[in-house]
Design a protein. Structure first.
Length: 110
């Protein structure tokens, strides 16, 4: 088996770093998607509610204005959606770099 030169070994380490970054991004995206789903459910429940609305702050529940709380949740939903789009953009960029580097490493190995 051919011994890989130092540059190729370094590129392989770089590949592993990219793969780790992609894994981390996917975990972040999954967490934000769960939070987005919870926020959408909360908005839906608030919209349907006819009674008094309460907001959980820490360990206590505080009576809240329905319209104000709904607006807060809609802003939160927008922010989470932006974060997901940003993560998707980073993911695409890193994946492109990863593919390019893979091709480069494979050429040197063969």
């Amino acid at each position: 088996m051919n011994k890989l030169d130092a540059q190729t070994q370094e590129k392989i380490k770089e590949l592993q770093g990219y793969e780790q970054n992609i894994h981390n991004l996917l975990m972040q995206k999954q967490a934000f998607q769960m939070e987005l789903s919870e926020t959408e459910n909360a908005i839906s429940e608030i919209s349907a509610a006819k009674d008094v609305i309460y907001k959980l702050i820490g360990n206590i529940m505080i009576r809240s204005d329905k319209n104000k709380l709904e607006e807060e949740l809609k802003k939160k939903k927008e922010l989470i959606s932006l974060r997901i789009k940003s993560i998707e953009s980073q993911h695409t960029s890193i994946e492109n770099q990863l593919e390019s580097l893979k091709k480069e490493v494979l050429k040197k190995i063969k």
